[in-house]
Design a protein around this ligand. Structure first.
Ligand code: SF4
Ligand code: SF4
Ligand SMILES: [Zn+2]
Length: 254
């Protein structure tokens, strides 16, 4: 069962009855989706206050998109040397005073967000570099990850007969999703309860142990994209990667 809670290009969340083991395997497989990121930078001029290494690191974290399909470098006919089939060059040639932004990277790949600051250049300071992007996987470096994927169990709130209807738990709920009426608890937006147990704590302090938060067997899955691929694609591709790995494993076992 999959029930979509919200969906757009950047974020998807859904409730599912899949096992936690499978959910975790899908979550981990996200780091095996090939993603484009800057991996080598050649500096010709860097008069800025930041070292070359720091600038290279900042450039690596800028999400990129491209219409062209690239081959993973280790599978490319260039045997890992780097060619137009497996890598793309982006350039910056700029002079201060100004702030250098991600949009100043020019080449055959586009930055997802224009306004990521890279470095400030004072009057007369220059920056000139060529950055080479390639496909990589998040297991190698997190700059190659397409987004954030996480899940948690839905909550079940149980109230026993000790409840005196003081509503202290309702006030204590940081998500403001809990309501208690006539000895019964209800979660107004069940998806927002993050099982923090603030309600349980406050009830204990009040001298009662009337409320319990338990994990429901269903889980809520969240996918947030950094922009290189759509959130929905992250889910589909990670299942594809998981499948590949399982096929490989089954071949080896045979
Ligand atoms: S704090 Fe405890 S006693 Fe008070 S309403 Fe909540 S569950 Fe009932
Ligand atoms: S566990 Fe936390 S979020 Fe959920 S109802 Fe209790 S206080 Fe609110
Ligand atoms: Zn190549």
């Amino acid at each position: 069962m999959i029930k979509i809670i919200s969906k757009n290009e950047e974020k998807v969340s859904f409730v599912t009855d899949m096992s936690e083991t499978l959910a975790n395997a899908i979550r981990r497989s996200v780091l095996e989706i090939p993603i484009l990121a800057i991996d080598e930078v050649e500096f010709f001029k860097n008069d800025s206050a930041l070292y070359d290494e720091i600038l290279a690191h900042r450039l690596g974290l800028i999400p990129l998109v491209t219409e062209k399909t690239f081959t993973e470098r280790e599978k490319c006919s260039c045997k890992g040397k780097g060619c137009s089939k497996c890598s793309v060059d982006l350039k910056i040639k700029i002079k201060g005073p100004l702030t250098v932004y991600s949009k100043d990277l020019e080449g055959k790949a586009k930055v997802v967000y224009d306004k990521i600051p890279i470095v400030i250049l004072e009057k007369g300071q220059e920056l000139e570099l060529v950055a080479r992007a390639r496909l990589g996987k998040g297991i190698e470096h997190s700059k190659f990850s397409p987004g954030l994927v996480y899940y948690r169990n839905l909550a079940k709130i149980i109230i026993n007969k000790n409840c005196d209807n003081c509503k202290k738990c309702v006030e204590a709920c940081p998500q403001k999703v809990l309501s208690v009426e006539g000895g019964k608890a209800e979660l107004k937006e069940i998806y927002k309860c993050d099982l923090c147990e603030a309600c349980v704590e406050v009830c204990k302090e009040h001298g009662k142990e009337a409320i319990k938060v338990e994990k429901d067997e269903n889980i809520i899955f969240f996918i947030e994209s950094w922009g290189q691929i759509k959130a929905e694609e992250i889910f589909i591709k990670s299942i594809g990667q998981l499948n590949e790995n399982l096929k490989e494993l089954s071949k080896k076992i045979k």
